[in-house]
Write a protein that binds this ligand. Structure first.
Ligand SMILES: O=C[C@H](O)COP(=O)(O)O
Length: 252
C-alpha cells in the first residue's frame, strides 16, 4: 500500500434541510471512533459552513466548500470566493463536480480557473473528473478525464498538486446505485496517474491522492479501498447516513 493518506470526503450537496439536521450529522461523527489514519472532510452547503465548522469537535475532521468562483470580489451575484472561504477557516473546496459541470454548464476551462483561484487563496482543492455513460460506452473515458485534467495542468505548477486531491467520479455511478467495479475504478485511477506522470511529473503522479466517488456505501467501500490506486472516496448519499463512519473506517 502507498504512503498516500487515505481520504474520505462527505459531499452533502444541497442537504440536509436545516442547520439543526446538519449539526446532528456532525454529532454522529464527533461521537464515532474514526480510523486515525483517515483524513476526513465534510462538505455542507455554503450557508452551513460556519455552523458546521463550529459544531465539529473532532480535530480529525475538516470542512470543505462545494464550489467557489474564480474572481475574488465584484458584481457576481450569488457567488462566493475562495478568499472568503479561506477567511472563514474552511481549508478545502470541491471544484468541477459533475453536477456543476452538467447542470451549471461549467467548462474544463472554468473549473481550471476556479482551481487556480482556490490555490492562490490558500485552499486545498478536491478536483472532480469523470465521464458520462455515453462517453464510457464510446471508449472515451481516458480521453475525457485527460481533457478535464489538462485544463488544470495548464493553470498549475507541479508544486500545486500537493494541494489537490483528484476525485474520479464516473457520472453514471453518481446517485444511481451503480458503483464502478473495483477493476473499472482501479483502471481509471492508473490512467490518471499515467497522465499526470507524462503531463506533470512522476513524483506528482505517485504522490497525488486519487479518490473514487459514485454510489460508495458501507457494503462496497472495503473492496474499493483495497485497490492499490484508490486513495479514498468522495461520498454523496451515504455521507448523510450513519454508514459514513464505516466508509471512513474502510481500511481499519
Ligand atoms: O460527490 C459525490 C458524488 O457525487 C457521489 O454521490 P453518491 O455517493 O450519492 O453517488
Amino acid at each position: 500500500m502507498s504512503t498516500r493518506q487515505f481520504f474520505v470526503g462527505g459531499n452533502w450537496k444541497l442537504n440536509p434541510t436545516s442547520v439543526g439536521k446538519a449539526k446532528e450529522l456532525v454529532e454522529v461523527l464527533n461521537k464515532a471512533e474514526l480510523d486515525p489514519n483517515t483524513e476526513v472532510v465534510i462538505s455542507p452547503p455554503s450557508l452551513y459552513l460556519i455552523p458546521v465548522r463550529d459544531a465539529v469537535s473532532n480535530k480529525q475532521i475538516t470542512i470543505s466548500a462545494q464550489n467557489a468562483y474564480y474572481k475574488e470580489n465584484g458584481a457576481f451575484t450569488g457567488e462566493i470566493s475562495s478568499s472568503q472561504i479561506k477567511e472563514a477557516g474552511i481549508p478545502y473546496v470541491i471544484l468541477g463536480h459533475s453536477e456543476r459541470r452538467t447542470i451549471f454548464h461549467e467548462t474544463n476551462e472554468v473549473v481550471a480557473l476556479k482551481t487556480r483561484a482556490a490555490l492562490d487563496a490558500g485552499l486545498k482543492v478536491i478536483l472532480c473528473i469523470g465521464e458520462t455513460l455515453v462517453q464510457r460506452e464510446g471508449g472515451e473515458t481516458t480521453k475525457v478525464c485527460e481533457g478535464q485534467l489538462s485544463a488544470v495542468v495548464k493553470q498549475t505548477k507541479p508544486e500545486d498538486w500537493s494541494n489537490i486531491v483528484i476525485a474520479y467520479e464516473p457520472v453514471w455511478a453518481i446517485g444511481t446505485g451503480k458503483v464502478a467495479t473495483t477493476a473499472q475504478a482501479q483502471e481509471t485511477h492508473v490512467d490518471v496517474r499515467a497522465y499526470l506522470s507524462t503531463a506533470v511529473s512522476t513524483t506528482v503522479a505517485s504522490e497525488t491522492r486519487v479518490i473514487y466517488g459514485g454510489s460508495v456505501n458501507s457494503g462496497n467501500a472495503k473492496d474499493l479501498a483495497g485497490q492499490q490506486d484508490i486513495d479514498g472516496f468522495l461520498v454523496g448519499g451515504a455521507s448523510l447516513k450513519p454508514e459514513f463512519v464505516d466508509i471512513i473506517n474502510a481500511r481499519k
